[in-house]
Design a protein around this ligand. Structure first.
Ligand code: NCD
Length: 337
C-alpha cells in the first residue's frame, strides 16, 4: 500500500510492514492532541458518517472522538432497525446516499463482507469497524500498536514475540485480523488456546504457517506458557445459533490473578479487545487483575483513538499538515496517560 489517501480500509490484507509502521508513526504524533496538550482544526468542515449496525461502545465512540480531535464533525447512525436497511434498501443504495453526506465513512455490520459491499457503492473512503466474524482491521492495528509499545518498553520488538490467544478464536474477528498482521513480522510463536469447536479457522492458521511462524493449538491452558502477550477474548455469543450453545463455553477459559501467576511470566502483558464479559458465569478477565501493571486493556482503548486519528489523517491526506492548524487548549485539562 503506497498511499493511503482516498483509499478504503477494509481488510488487514491491504497492509505491509511499511504501511503499518507509517500508521504507527502518525499515531505517535497524535498523542499531544489526544492528551489535550494542544488541539488541531485540520479537519474543520469535514464530516464523518459513523454507521454502526451492530452493538458497539468503544469502536464507535473512539472513531467519533478521533474525528472530533482532528477538528471534524460526526454524523451517527446506530442500529439496523432505525435505518432504511430495515425497509429492504440495499447496502449499495445506502452507500450511494450516505457518501453524498460525508467525507469519509466508518461502518460496522453483522455480516461478513458487508462493509466491502457497501464500499463499492460509496463515493468516499470507507473504514471497516468490524464485519461479522470476518475482520476488524482498526482493532488489529491498535492491538499491534499496543503490543509494540508495551514490548518496546521491555526492550523487545514485534519480531520474535510469543503471543498466546485464548477463548473464542473461531468467531473473534479481532484475533483473525491481529493474527494476519502479526504474520507480516518475523519469527512469531503463536499459542492458540480454545475449546476445539471454537478453534482458530484454518484459513488464519495457514497464513501464520505460510509465513513460517510456529503455531501450537491446544484446548488446555496448562504448564507455563512463556508468552510475552496473553490476548484473552470473549465468547462471541451473538454469533452462535442459540444462547444455550454459547452458554456451553462461557467461563471455560477464565483469567484471574491466580491463573495468570500459575501459567504466565511475571511480565506477560494481558490484553483483551473488550468488552470483557464480567457476569459471574463468564468472568473471563477478573477484576483482581485490575491493578496488575501488565494489564494493558485500558492502554489499548486509549491507543485506539491515536490509531484511528492516524487512519483518518492518512486517508484524508492531511497527515503532514496537522500541526499547521494547531490551537491552544484554553480549558483546564490535566489528562494523563
Ligand atoms: C470486539 C468486536 O466487536 O469484535 N470489540 C471491539 O471492537 N473492541 C470484540 C468483542 O466484541 O468481543
Amino acid at each position: 500500500m503506497n498511499s493511503f489517501t482516498g483509499q478504503h480500509i477494509l481488510s488487514v490484507n491491504q497492509f505491509d510492514r511499511d504501511a503499518i509502521l507509517r500508521i504507527f508513526s502518525v499515531a505517535d504524533a497524535m498523542q499531544p492532541y489526544a492528551l489535550r496538550q494542544k488541539r488541531t482544526t485540520v479537519l474543520d468542515g469535514a464530516i464523518l458518517g459513523n454507521l454502526f449496525f451492530e452493538a458497539s461502545t468503544r469502536t464507535r465512540v473512539s472513531f467519533g472522538t478521533a474525528f472530533n480531535l482532528l477538528g471534524g464533525e460526526v454524523r451517527e447512525t446506530t442500529g439496523m432497525s432505525s435505518s432504511a436497511l430495515a425497509k429492504g434498501e440495499s447496502l449499495y443504495d445506502t452507500a450511494r446516499v450516505l457518501s453524498g453526506y460525508s467525507d469519509i465513512i466508518t461502518m460496522r455490520h453483522p455480516q461478513a463482507g458487508s462493509v466491502a459491499e457497501f464500499a463499492e457503492g460509496s463515493r468516499v473512503p470507507v473504514i471497516n469497524g468490524g464485519d461479522g466474524a470476518n475482520e476488524h482491521p482498526t482493532q488489529a492495528l491498535l492491538d499491534l500498536y499496543t503490543i509494540d509499545k508495551e514490548q518496546r518498553s521491555l526492550g523487545n520488538q514485534i519480531d520474535g514475540l510469543h503471543i498466546a490467544m485464548i477463548g473464542d478464536l473461531k468467531h473473534g474477528r479481532t484475533v483473525h485480523s491481529l493474527s494476519k498482521l502479526l504474520s507480516l513480522f518475523d519469527n512469531i510463536q503463536f499459542t492458540l488456546i480454545s475449546p476445539p469447536e471454537l478453534a482458530m479457522p484454518d484459513s488464519v492458521v495457514s497464513v501464520m504457517e505460510n509465513h513460517g511462524h510456529r503455531v501450537t493449538i491446544t484446548d488446555q491452558l496448562s504448564g507455563s506458557v512463556s508468552a510475552d502477550i496473553c490476548y484473552q477474548t470473549r465468547i462471541q455469543e451473538e454469533r452462535f445459533a442459540s444462547q444455550e450453545e454459547a452458554n456451553r463455553y462461557r467461563g471455560r477459559f477464565r483469567l484471574n490473578n491466580e491463573i495468570y501467576t500459575k501459567h504466565f511470566k511475571s511480565n506477560t502483558v494481558i490484553m483483551h479487545p473488550l468488552p470483557r464479559d464480567s457476569r459471574a458465569e463468564a468472568n473471563e478477565l477478573d477484576n483482581d487483575l485490575n491493578l496488575n501493571p501488565n494489564l494493558a486493556i485500558f492502554r489499548q482503548t486509549d491507543n485506539g483513538v491515536l490509531v484511528r486519528m492516524a487512519l483518518f489523517a492518512l486517508t484524508l491526506g492531511v497527515d503532514n499538515i496537522i500541526s499547521h492548524y494547531d490551537r491552544d487548549v484554553v480549558w483546564h485539562s490535566n489528562k494523563r496517560l
